[in-house]
Design a protein around this ligand. Structure first.
Ligand SMILES: Nc1ncnc2c1ncn2[C@@H]1O[C@H](COP(=O)(O)OP(=O)(O)OP(=O)(O)O)[C@@H](O)[C@H]1O
Ligand SMILES: [Mg+2]
Length: 234
């Protein structure tokens, strides 16, 4: 087990009075890829929002390196080095591809990711750099969302269902780019509903069911039966 970079400790998360997460504990090691799987409504996005400060919690429920970040704001957490490719991409429609990418760099973290590095990873974005982000295909928009996150040079990158709504060939392209993205010692949490893909790309896997961790294990060691049971609860 590598040095722990993210430690989630008995996290409860709420939307007003509604409790969406119940005592969720999870660790991510330096350089590790962890996948989070679970059915619709299991709490995957809520977990991502709790780590990135879009939902706030008790300070000690989330630790990143030496910092207690559970109660910090999203902009503070981004500056510490956590970035997210959010569900639904959430690009700025009135801005160009390049302007959307530059927004990621405004966090002000130094590192190897720059416009040219993102364009080298996804050459099609260089061709479309001056186009409105809304004129791109779904897959290209997803590349912009990934590029924008990389532009903040994060130490931990969260992907929330990057394959949602994309054609299989595009999903394959994007997942083929991931090792280059993560290979530089970055850690990642990948939320994915496709169990096979989730197991393939990760070192360890967590299953969420109705706001609780129903299974955790090394990706090479957990059986399909155990995952199905933890996923569907049957
Ligand atoms: N903004 C919100 N306000 C109130 N309840 C919410 C909100 N967002 C999510 N929830 C509820 O919290 C629970 C967890 O939702 P969440 O979006 O985290 O699930 P998910 O695992 O990401 O699902 P999906 O696979 O559909 O994206 C669900 O019961 C959902 O209805
Ligand atoms: Mg979700």
């Amino acid at each position: 087990m590598p040095e722990t970079i993210l430690e989630i400790d008995a996290l409860d998360s709420f939307y007003g009075d509604f409790q969406a997460l119940f005592g969720v504990s999870m660790q991510v090691g330096k350089g590790e890829v962890v996948s989070v799987i679970g059915a619709n409504g299991a709490g995957k996005s809520t977990l991502m929002r709790s780590v990135t400060g879009l939902l706030t919690n008790r300070p000690d429920m989330v630790r990143f390196g030496d910092a207690q970040i559970g109660a910090l704001r999203a902009d503070q957490i981004a500056r510490l080095g956590i970035a997210m490719v959010p569900e639904g991409r959430q690009l700025f429609p009135s801005l160009s591809v390049e302007e959307n990418l530059i927004i990621g760099s405004q966090v002000g973290r130094p590192g190897d990711w720059s416009l040219s590095a993102v364009y080298a990873l996804f050459p099609v974005l260089a061709e479309r750099r001056n186009q409105a982000s809304t004129s791109l295909s779904g897959g290209q928009q997803q590349m912009v969302a990934i590029g924008r996150a990389l532009m903040s040079n994060p130490d931990l990158l969260l992907f929330d269902e990057i394959s949602l709504g994309l054609a299989p060939i595009i999903i394959k392209n994007i997942y083929e780019a991931l090792p280059d993205v993560i290979g530089t010692g970055m850690s990642a949490i990948v939320v994915e509903q496709d169990i096979t893909r989730a197991v393939e790309i990760s070192d360890r896997v967590y299953c969420l069911q109705e706001g609780r961790v129903s299974l955790e294990g090394k990706s090479g060691e957990v059986s399909r039966d155990a995952i199905s049971k933890a996923y569907f609860g049957v």
